[in-house]
Design a protein around this ligand. Structure first.
Ligand code: HEM
Length: 389
């Protein structure tokens, strides 16, 4: 049985969030949707329970909404069990505490360089002129490819991410991306003294004794761009929008920089740039009073969980700079697949906010941020947030 409720397609964010509030109020752990075989988990409590049950709720078709794609290399976000642990262990050194300690100063330098190149007094777009170039420069550096290629790599990965779940491998964008990483991998394999970066980690890796193919290397790199650019840029733009739309928030932050972490967590919660993750039941699973049968799929709504009034209070749909409970948000997921780039993303958002507060104290909105009205079913947030100073 399906209902007419489609939690994905293009309506305004206000309409979508009103629908999700209705579903939460009905209190069912799993809500029927218009998507065949797919229920939606709307409440915080059940979202966390589902994400902890990684042994019975598989990630194998995560982020795929239809099964018509050519099989893709198994990515970390679509792997379970030992393979997932292996991929996570492989990538972790690029994102661990030591790597982040090292990254802090150069991320701040990158922010300053970007701000130096903006027209004096503005206008500029916090998403397109700061968030996207910053996150793209950071990822190219972590992967270990030239920063000058960041712009084109972002164009390609954004175009491809929007095509999911179509067959990416037949597109000219994929051909270009794969050729690019094939060339970089070949160069890297020839080096006797390889730098410690993600490209080296990938080209030296074997999965079950089989070296990673060039296609797998390219696909992992694609995933890092797809995971880290729009999500962080949208969150930054949305946070700046909310800090400026009620100016006393911006002034409070200027007066007391210790509020910055809370502002960033509230921005992550309120934006929830990755709206959902998908799981497939491998066995019968009880979720509260609901029974999920084998092969049924769940859209685990991080967006709805982050707006759950039972956890974040009756005004959960409002941006509140002082909301201590914001720290509980699930914007980065929960459990074994918790976002590997969470600390990186926090560093990027903090560096951008901190430097904007220091260097552009008179920052103001030129126009309200333009929310990207669910053009893409997975990512959401403002496509632009235009400011002057
Ligand atoms: C605001 C920014 C970000 C948000 C909202 C976000 C959100 C998420 C979420 C919800 C997951 C969990 C997927 C699941 O449970 O199925 C995830 C996983 C992941 N994210 Fe992020 N992410 C962000 C930034 C980044 C960045 C900057 C990177 C790296 C460049 C990154 C890399 C990853 C990776 C590799 C995983 C897979 C972890 C695993 O499956 O074990 N993310 N992210």
């Amino acid at each position: 049985m399906t209902s007419s409720f489609n939690p994905l397609i293009g309506r305004s964010i206000e309409e979508m969030r009103a629908d999700l509030a209705t579903q939460r109020a009905a209190a069912a752990p799993v809500v029927e949707t218009a998507l065949p075989g797919m229920g939606l988990v709307p409440r915080f409590e059940h979202v966390r329970t589902a994400l902890l049950d990684h042994e019975r709720l598989s990630t194998k078709d995560n982020f795929l909404l239809a099964g018509d794609s050519e099989p893709t290399p198994l990515l970390i976000t679509q792997s379970d069990g030992a393979r997932h642990t292996m991929l996570r262990d492989l990538l972790r050194p690029a994102f661990n505490r030591a790597a982040m300690k090292d990254a802090g100063p150069w991320i701040r330098e990158l922010v300053d360089e970007l701000l130096d190149h903006l027209p004096p007094g503005g206008p500029a777009d916090v998403v397109g002129d700061i968030g996207v170039p910053l996150t793209a420069a950071v990822i190219t550096r972590l992967i270990g490819v030239p920063g000058a290629d960041a712009g084109r790599l972002v164009e390609l990965t954004q175009a491809l991410a929007e095509m999911v779940p179509a067959n990416l491998f037949v597109t000219p964008e994929w051909a270009e991306l794969e050729a690019y990483f094939r060339a970089r991998s070949e160069e890297r394999r020839l080096l006797s003294d390889k730098p410690q970066d993600v490209l080296t980690m990938l080209v030296d890796a074997s999965v079950d004794g089989v070296p990673m193919s060039d296609r797998e290397v390219a696909f992992h790199a694609f995933q890092l761009f797809a995971a880290g650019v729009e999500s962080t840029s949208f969150t930054l733009g949305w946070t700046v929008h909310h800090l400026l739309v009620e100016r006393e928030r911006w002034d409070a932050l200027r007066a007391d920089r210790s509020l910055l972490a809370l502002a960033r967590e509230e921005g992550l919660r309120h934006c929830t740039a990755i709206r959902w993750v998908a799981r497939t039941a491998e066995a019968e699973v009880r979720l509260g009073s609901a029974c999920v049968r084998p092969a049924e799929r769940l859209l685990v709504s991080l967006e709805s969980a982050n707006l759950d009034e039972d956890v974040f209070g009756p005004d959960a749909d409002r941006f509140d700079l002082h909301r201590e409970s914001a720290r509980k948000h699930v914007a980065f997921g929960y459990g074994v697949h918790l976002c590997l780039g969470a600390e990186l993303s926090r560093l990027e958002i903090d560096a951008a906010l901190d430097r904007l507060l220091d260097r552009m104290p008179g920052l103001h909105l030129v126009e309200p941020a333009a929310w990207d009205d669910l053009r893409n079913p997975l990512f959401s947030g403002p496509r632009s947030a235009r400011v002057s100073w």
